[in-house]
Design a protein around this ligand. Sequence first.
Ligand code: ZN
Length: 298
Amino acid sequence: MRLRYPADTKTLLWLVFAAANALVVWFVPSLRLYLLPLGCYFALCAGLIAHNHNHCPTFKDRLANELLNHAATLFYGFAAFNWVPTHNNNHHKFTNAKGDATITWRHSNKHNVLVAFTYPFIASVTQIPLIDAYVKEQKQKRPALHRSIMIQLFLCWGLPIVLTLVDWRATVFALWIPRAFSLYTIIYFNYIQHVHCDPFSKWNHSRSFTGAFTNWLLFNNGFHTVHHIKAGMHWSLAPAAHAEIAANIDPALNQRSLLVWMFKSYVLGTFSAKYATHQIGRAPFDPPSDEPAMVAAE
Ligand SMILES: [Zn+2]
């Protein structure tokens, strides 16, 4: 088990914390409510770890990489292989323009509480055909990978269902609620990292959140612009890479604090348009040249 980057000691440590938290929650009922926020945080990290790992493998060894995907799957609540068809092969290719299964402008290009709140529910459904096609393709072409996918699906659904039958209260607090939080939040992150951005721009296709503490908590997943530019770059290198290109990005798309931005967008923005987000550059449904514009969503 040889790490490719020393920074991934933190990755392993956080997965151990996720497991330890779940075990305490399982065996000590009196602590369940108090540890729930921590469980939600570690479940979110398991998803972010799976994201980072599927762009840039953590280990030099193939088996170790596979095991990490399995561990992340259990706590994340979404089989780690799903990142490949829905994210690597689709979202990174289309970057919120036509063809992206997770477009932020499917029903409206408005950004408000209602659209943001409903987005994760809609985007989780629109990704299903990609997952379906990918699993079928692997079954035909790559039996070993398909076996790994089946293991992940068992860890994702089979094991938690068995645990629920053993002790449903413990499983709800140890796994189901944290995983639901993680799934929802990660899709919401995708929304805020692209809503009102310009997919046709070299620099303004994404929104980044650059605060040091937020990025420490979230494995540098706030640096989304540079992540789209260098998707295979290790997460630990993102802050320096972002600093090199930050001046090229529209300042409105370099936000320091995620929470302040949310407060401005959803609370202050309700009362004054100056605090709400606005479309930067071209809207995703308005491609620059040869392609005809799509019917504009408001
Ligand atoms: Zn990515």
